[in-house]
Design a protein around this ligand. Structure first.
Ligand code: GRF
Length: 194
């Protein structure tokens, strides 16, 4: 099982998954990081763990379809089985989706279907809801709408600030994402053998 992680920024989820792969908790090979931002911190994390990095931006191409066709070509060359979106801040277009449908997973920092979009943590915090959480789901052509694989709740305390809530959410993400991926991959490998 060969994984590609897509990320655009800090990469703390990338790191949590890469560490789980390194200790064998996720039975897969982390083949590459794809990053659409050439100066993102996640690239440093990958390099320090000797994970191959591919990085280019849609601005380098005439269209989004051509950008995604280039990514697809590289993924096919590496025979990638599963794409993991870990803070990849772009909508996936049909070029990638058609080939990787049911083989692309995203993490979102809210209890979907509540608070989809770019600001899941902030939106929940200012909505004054008593709890929010983390969702892991398959990717479809909507914004954070694909079939849900797992969710974990996070209570918003009276004393929470946006900052403390962000920390709580990220702590949950860093445990939940590797655990869910490990289970999913184990199950798929079991199916392949039977
Ligand atoms: C995470 O909160 C994730 O849920 C969202 O983007 C953030 C990425 O954080 N999709 P990081 O780059 O993994 O630190």
């Amino acid at each position: 099982m060969k994984l590609a992680i897509f990320a655009s920024g800090n990469g703390s989820n990338f790191q949590a998954i890469a560490e789980a792969v390194a200790i064998g908790a996720i039975e897969a090979q982390l083949t590459l990081l794809f990053c659409d931002k050439k100066d993102a911190y996640v690239i440093k994390r990958a390099r320090s763990m000797s994970i191959p990095v591919i990085s280019f931006s849609p601005n380098d191409f005439e269209s989004k379809a051509m950008y995604e066709a280039e990514i697809l070509h590289l993924l096919e060359e590496e025979q990638i089985d599963l794409i993991v979106l870990a803070g990849y801040m772009r909508i996936i277009g049909p070029t990638l989706l058609e080939v990787f449908s049911k083989r692309m997973i995203n993490i979102h920092p809210s209890l979907l279907p509540d608070f989809p979009g770019l600001h899941g943590i902030k939106d929940a915090f200012y909505a004054n809801v008593p709890e929010t959480g983390v969702t892991i789901h398959y990717v479809d052509d909507g914004v954070d709408t694909g079939p849900i694989i797992a969710q974990e709740k996070v209570v918003i305390d009276m004393l929470d600030t946006l900052d403390s809530l962000e920390k709580k959410i990220h702590n949950v993400e860093h445990k939940l994402f590797p655990t869910v991926l490990a289970k999913l991959i184990k199950n798929q490998q079991g199916e392949g053998r039977s």
